[in-house]
Design a binder for this molecule. Sequence first.
Ligand SMILES: C[S@@+](CC[C@H](N)C(=O)[O-])C[C@H]1O[C@@H](n2cnc3c(N)ncnc32)[C@H](O)[C@@H]1O
Length: 452
Amino acid sequence: MDNKQVEVEITDLAFNGRAVGHLDGKVVFLDGGLPGERVLARITSSKPRYDKASVVKILKQSERRVPAVCSHFAYCGGCTWQDLTYHDQLIYKKKQVIDCLQRIGGLESTLVQEVVGSVEVFRYRNKMEFSFNADTDGSDFTLGLHRQGRFDEIFDLERCFLTSDVVSDIVRWIRDYVRKAGLTSYNVTNHAGFMRFIMIRQAKRTADLMVNVVTNYGEMPNRDRFIHEITAAFPQISTIVHNQNSLKSNIATGEIETVLFGCGYIEERLFESVFRIRANSFFQTNTVQTETLYRIGFDLLEPRPDQRVLDLYCGTGSIGILIATYVNEVVGVELVADAVQAARENAHANKMQNISFFEGDVKDYLKTCEKTGGRFDSVIVDPPRAGLHPKALRGLSKLRPEKILYISCNPSTFARDAKELVAAGYDLPEVRPVDMFPHTMHIELASVFNRK
Ligand SMILES: C[S@@+](CC[C@H](N)C(=O)[O-])C[C@H]1O[C@@H](n2cnc3c(N)ncnc32)[C@H](O)[C@@H]1O
């Protein structure tokens, strides 16, 4: 069956961005094509319940198809939907949220509002990570982004349209520098080599730009030459940090951080508040849409001056600091020490005296609340993609706040957690999706659970 060529009518888009069709009563997942298109495809793998196929040729084209602007689109693992009109991308994102709520959460009556589209459809990211990958013998390397579905294949980036042009220019410059300076690059399978990632943060509301060089263990060779040459080529760079990372996992963080140039952080503005962001702490990636998401969340939460609010998974404290103006007291909880430090600095810089932070695991904090009888009127949760830990869900149900504002970057885990919260005695009247990541299948949402 493998490698057989077939004609498939595409009917839908799956949550992983793949196109869906049917062949002889069996589902086929395709690596391209849009709903309404008929394609010639090659079967690449065949399982009892579904086949996977690669599009060879589009036989009938959809009117929803638009030309992709990026020359890397055909193979880049970043954008999946650049060839679909933005209007249609939002339709599929809404459908994804509805499907999850109904299929996983069993929540038929929750209203899913229209997706709020991104103001900027290109160049919206304030942070981007690029990986090095050396040949196994170390003789050459690439620096750029992952090929679709490949953890071990990086292509040389020319330009990425999700970030500003200077970011791509810096990446190309560093590629040339590493080659010229004879530095070794990391290989993701044998873990040898020095240069691992380049992470760039560029604030949208200030002029700050950070270059974070993530390497294997060791000092940056010829660091003064590197700093001198890169800042001469890009005077926009406001800070450079070096993170040393010995972990085998493919993540652009470090265990030892050295500030090579500037202050070691960038500042970004949300509404009237300024936030300090360090290399390893979380900050929402689309600045403009973050304001929209938070505004929607706060409108749903309806904060009051007499309230005590708990901000769980608070990162660098942005949500808690912004809401602190409207309530009596806020407590933020965050696992990463760097982020908690930044959250405290941010509260101080924004003159917020009614907010404090707890460094630790959400489930442990909630356990302590249970033991000490700590009370909160409202709780905000903004967990990572994995959603809430079962013990955190249990702790939240026991705390029984009047309202829970849930901000989610993953409709599947949101739907799973929503089912539990509804079972624990909460109503979920509506969900408001906000698009932070045009051309990808990702979707964020804000929703408020009301205690019955
Ligand atoms: C999606 S981010 C949200 C950050 C913040 N609310 C914001 O908007 O900038 C999730 C945060 O949860 C933190 N985190 C992950 N697991 C955690 C846990 N078990 N307990 C506390 N914080 C956790 C991460 O470090 C990260 O900062």
